[in-house]
Design a protein around this ligand. Structure first.
Ligand code: NAP
Length: 244
């Protein structure tokens, strides 16, 4: 029976490439997003063309009931979830002097509470199977901090603490939990930045290029594969050496 990967926020950007990587490796995919953009149909077609099944599970991960439904739909269709990738994330960047309370809470709710909501619903199924992989998408700014991103950096630092705690809780059930911390990756999240800002970030990257979603997807897949079966509770940076 084919394995199943649930990837939150997989309609576009990094999540889409993670879904494509797992599909190439023969996984059936649970595709999640919140707004039905034009990208969704294209992404589904691309994944299906790789010969695997796709379940479209629209829902807001920051809402516990919707998260419960996403997981229930996945179990109804495929009977199992082998890999969970908590990737859905947003930014609301601004300096604290201008940051509204809702800018702070919205980012924490989607990025951190959303990670809890989906994980909480998936873990019982993984525990029953005594097997599973959970990969949480953090960010290098969760380690380093970044001016203008106190909401986002707090959510991503929170994901690291969440990852390490769960890794300790679930190791005895053979459920491995790790985080991936991307640096600067080319997606719509970073498209909004001015060219001059992008150039100055590039100068800080020893590998001298901006990362691609595929760079992250390959590392996420490694953390789901047999090759990483002795790795848990770790934060793997995918940042071209930007933060050492
Ligand atoms: P993106 O292109 O903006 O895509 C975000 C994805 O998350 C979309 O599929 C979006 O769906 C989904 N999403 C947003 N809010 C959601 C919610 N409440 N419930 C379910 N899905 C939701 O972002 P990205 O750059 O690929 O980022 C993916 C992850 O990598 C995020 O966690 C981000 O923080 C992290 N990251 C990115 C970078 C970077 O440089 N790009 C660096 C470090 C970490 P809709 O289309 O419905 O909005």
């Amino acid at each position: 029976m084919s394995k199943v990967a649930l990837i939150t926020g997989s309609s576009r950007g990094i999540g889409k490439q993670i879904a494509i990587k797992f599909a190439k490796e023969g996984y059936n995919i649970v595709l999640n997003y919140v707004n039905r953009s034009e990208e969704v149909d294209k992404t589904i077609e691309e994944i299906k063309s790789l010969g695997v099944e796709v379940l479209e599970a629209q829902g807001d991960v920051s809402n516990f009931e919707e998260s419960e439904t996403i997981v229930e739909l996945a179990i109804e269709k495929f009977g199992q979830i082998d890999v969970l990738v908590n990737n859905a994330g947003i930014t609301r960047d601004t300096l604290i002097m201008r940051m509204k309370p809702e800018d702070f809470s919205k980012v924490i709710n989607v990025n951190l509470v959303g990670t809890f909501n989906i994980t909480k619903n998936v873990v019982p199924y993984m525990m029953k199977k005594r097997q599973g992989r959970i990969i949480n998408i953090s960010s290098v700014v969760g380690i380093s901090g970044n001016a203008g991103q106190c909401n986002y950096a707090a959510s991503k630092a929170g994901i690291i603490g969440f990852t390490k705690s769960l890794a300790k809780e679930l190791a005895s059930r053979n459920i491995l939990v790790n985080a991936v911390a991307p640096g600067f990756i080319e997606t719509s999240m970073t498209d909004v930045l001015q060219e001059s800002v992008k150039e100055s970030i590039k100068k800080q990257i020893p590998l001298n290029r901006i990362g691609m979603p595929e760079d992250v997807a390959n590392v996420v897949y490694f953390l789901a594969s047999e090759e990483s079966s002795y790795v848990t509770g770790q934060v793997l940076q995918v940042d071209g050496g930007m933060l050492m």
